[in-house]
Ligand binder design. Sequence first.
Ligand code: MSK
Length: 676
Amino acid sequence: MVEEEKKEKVAKPKKMADPAAVSIDPATQEMLAQAQKLGIDTIFDRAVTMRPCNIGMQGTCCKMCAMGPCRLPLPKAGIEGEDTRKGLCGATANTVAARNFARMVAAGTAAHSDHGRAVAEVFLSVARKETDDYTIKSPERLLQIAPYFGVATTVEVDGEQLDRDFDEIALEVAEKAVAEWGKPEGELCYLKRAPEPLYERWKKLGELPRNIDREVVEIMHRTTMGVDQDYKNIVKQCTRCSLSDGWGGSMMATDFQDVMFGAPSPLHSEANLGIMKEDHVNIIVHGHEPVLSEMIVAAAQSREMLDYAASKGAKGIQLGGICCTGNEMLQRHGVPPAGTFLQQELVIITGACDAMVVDVQCVFQNLANVAKCFHTKLITTHPIAKMEQDNVIHIEFDEHHAMEDAKRIVTMAIDNFENRGAEVMIPKHKAVQIAGFGVESIKYHLGGTFRGSYYTLNDNIINGRVRGVAGVVGCNNARTRHNEAHITVVKELIKNDVLVLTTGCNGIACAMHGLLTPETAQVFCGPGLAEVCETVGIPPVLHLGSCVDNSRILLAATEVVKAGGLGKDIRDLPAAGSAPEWMSEKAIAIGQYFVASGVYTVFGYHMPLEGAPVLKDYLYKELENIYGGMWDCEPDPIKHAQKMIAHIDKKRKELGIDKARERVLMDMADRQALEA
Ligand code: MSK
């Protein structure tokens, strides 16, 4: 027997994921089985063969210097008496875990905020009239945000207030916005958008971010070897840095995307792998920054490209999205998401993906290996996000010739249509969704045409029809069953009359599983929420967009505070946050700014804090005394939702609205009596 044969005889069969065990989505299960049949490895199989590091999971592996890594796992028997664990330099488990946590906050903030910077810089080009490809599609949004940058929108002429020249306003806003990343003094302009008591709290605590880059740099400095060794002081900087994301970089990304690409409003679309079409050219956009994808949508809809596709035998061009570039294209153009984070490889395995265009964040390097097995052109477009594999094409996007770049990419996809192999398998599964909600559309839908305010929502919260509001957001995680926690948490919340605001991959998951339609209310909601949704015709889960659009949740919460009757601060609201399947450092930055804004925030997958119980206790309990919000972690999705509901009920009690009140129909005399 030759050596090779011997090896084959003794080699154990490679462990593979069980499709039904790793996802609740039938399309994903089908495609994973297809991948396994074709011998193509995906994240689901890799998660079976590679286990995470136990010490890293506890958050207590320190690799800040070359004397380590120093590993400080929690002893199996727990710690009795003094915790004597320390690294070579003496760093305690609390210091190690806090530094690791802080670096996640810094990385997450950097990612969101660098995205925001890129968008602000494109807007600066627009304001300077250096590009014809982008314009200002929402002048209303620009005029709305200008005052926060200290930019006047009117000018006094002969004692009269007249509208100021619009181009001048745009340029001044753009210049002030770009400076937010590096201005030498002062504080971020948007912080004053928060309710006043919240702003004052941050000020009193000395946590107002100065400029975005500085807060990220300061975390990197503080957490380098031998600097900050007080976990509470490290967490303080986590707050300041994360606020520069939520109330800074992310919020500006959202706003300038709205200014240039239009503010979203509710629209109809679909979701899941079944959106791909066998007889169309399929182009998938993936990542987070929508600046190039906006142009790809325009190019794909142009007569020139449609005619070219027809000349190659295609019936049309089908665009689809993955992750948050997908969410951006969904909320403004109705481009359907083909799937969540964990489905990115599966899109290519359909054999019908003619081009996948990626920008930044959440992009698997293994896409290149999967693309090699098919005809798919994998195109990177961002100077900071290239791939080493030689089958990847790099077409660097430049806002000064954006349409030209977009047409080149669409043409490449069309030319590739005829190269498809025999192995095309598109799962049939897809669901209908209504997406594209925002601060204004919630106001419009719940306030009505004549009473556009959050008053009606507040009224429904006060009378108990809506028990509270939850922001459920975030990623998939290959260590948990794809979409199971997302869907279970959301269903449990709406069953208990909690209105859900969603973003990111949770939004895509909810769409895939049919929770984003008004009809959902009848099937899954408690009676109060169902009544409200049916009356105004909205889904019980409102999709607010991408990860940077978590800023819309902060602003919606601020509007609820402003509308009155539910306290004076976000911390007073019957509200809670959740990331059931988080995996990204960006989720940690988001969680920290939600907590520091007063929101009780529960994560589903475990947090890297178990090895540092004192730090964990500080984040999970003591922060409530400081901010009104605190962290928590609960992997069981029903318990997870119930914890959120318990917090909502606690806030209802504090507000004195814990007993459901019946709506009383008042006549004029009753109203006059009230006014008296
Ligand atoms: S894409 S950050 S997996 S939500 Fe924003 Fe999804 Fe999380 Fe990426």
